[in-house]
Design a protein around this ligand. Structure first.
Ligand SMILES: [Zn+2]
Length: 387
């Protein structure tokens, strides 16, 4: 075999040798060839300019931007770079590390919202009782600016803690949420100027910087007033998002339990959960991301990463863990390793492997470029000698 052919063959092997998630031990996440090809092209474009931060060099993160822009690599790259710029300007890393939302308890009383459990596929469930929003009282307890910061911190927690924890528990890649918005009493006159500003900001941040993380959205208790408002809102929502939304009246329970087990649904949505120890479901942030054994496993993943750098996961473990998490993680509970926890440990080995593979992928991208350059040079020499 000529040197040129050998290099081409090697390059091809290196380029395609990334393995499937099944080979890494995470089930049900086979990458479509179309997705792999588009992500590779996007990585290549970002690597050339040195604009791919290690902590965001994640297959699913890049794929989300590609899906958002209809698989147009240049447009997806442009959106990704705008996101990086926003993260820098907004100070996302610093915010996640330092922001403390002390007024959380008070805010929940006039704007009940938050994560509660998982759906039947293992995705985090987000619930918002927008019909219970009391903006006047809310703005006595906090400011619009702090609510936006809190929203960004929660998005970071979802990306860097809730999704990894759900991935371990479900034993398959989880990178999207199921949401329920209760619009009891909401109509065309429900939204004052500050409320419109707030929800427009949330929508802008979510759609531009955390795209394609919504699996499905149930809007429940929609009355005639909301249905008129919905026709207006719909004009601002893209068709892809719109297709994920179901607007339901007060007979929503059967639809919700198709997607979410009653044990993960609060009683006010027809489920069985009341979270009495937390003062109600909207105060609990219930989910595998609060399970001490899962948190310990995720910390193990971080600790085992030889090229460890400060990530948002570290930040959440050290600065943003809720007091409940810290209380729950007693030495007695840590010592009480059940069979199920041992099984979880086996699962996390797969997650560790996946992380390492990702690091190798980054090196492979660079190697591929060097090999391609080298093969071109060899080709030039061969052609030159022929002449
Ligand atoms: Zn509950």
């Amino acid at each position: 075999m000529s040197s040129f052919k050998l290099l081409r063959s090697l390059s091809k092997k290196v380029w395609s040798g990334r393995g499937t998630p099944e080979e890494h031990g995470i089930k049900g996440d086979a990458h479509e060839p179309k997705d792999v090809q588009a992500v590779n092209l996007m990585r290549e474009a970002l690597f050339q300019k040195g604009e791919l931060p290690e902590d965001l060099n994640d297959f699913h993160t890049l794929l989300r931007f590609l899906r958002m822009r209809g698989y147009d690599v240049l447009k997806a790259k442009d959106s990704f770079l705008k996101c990086l710029k926003w993260r820098e300007e907004f100070g996302v890393y610093k915010l996640a590390k330092e922001f403390e939302f002390e007024e959380y308890g008070e805010v929940q009383r006039s704007y009940p919202h938050g994560f509660h459990g998982v759906d039947k596929c293992g995705r985090p469930v987000y619930i918002e009782r927008i019909g219970a929003l009391d903006l006047e009282t809310l703005l006595q307890k906090t400011t619009l600016d702090r609510l936006v910061k809190h929203h960004v911190c929660q998005q970071e927690k979802t990306s860097h803690l809730r999704f990894p924890a759900c991935t371990i528990t479900a034993n398959k890649k989880i990178a999207s949420i199921t949401a329920i918005i209760d619009v009891t009493g909401v109509g065309t006159s429900s939204f004052s100027k500050p409320a419109r500003y707030l929800f427009t900001e949330f929508h802008k941040i979510d759609s531009n910087y955390y795209p394609e993380t919504l699996s499905c959205l149930f809007i429940v208790n929609a009355g005639s007033g909301f249905r008129i408002l919905w026709k207006l809102i719909k004009t601002f929502i893209d068709a892809r998002t719109s297709a994920k939304i179901q607007v339901l009246g007060n007979d929503f329970k059967s639809k919700l339990v198709e997607a979410i087990d009653p044990s993960n649904l609060p009683d006010f949505l027809g489920g069985e959960c009341k979270c009495p120890d937390h003062g109600g479901c909207m105060f609990s942030d219930k989910g595998p991301w609060n399970d001490p054994s899962i948190l310990e496993l995720l910390q193990t993943v971080e600790a085992k990463d030889e090229d460890k750098h400060t990530t948002v996961e570290d930040v959440w473990f050290s600065a943003q863990s809720t007091p409940d998490n810290r209380n729950e993680q007693t030495s007695k509970e840590r010592a009480n390793i059940t069979l199920s926890q041992k099984f979880d440990r086996l699962q996390v080995t797969a997650a560790i492997t996946e992380q390492k593979i990702r690091a190798v992928e980054a090196a492979v991208e660079e190697t591929k470029q060097v090999l391609q350059k080298l093969s071109r040079q060899i080709n030039d020499i061969i052609n030159h000698n022929k002449d």
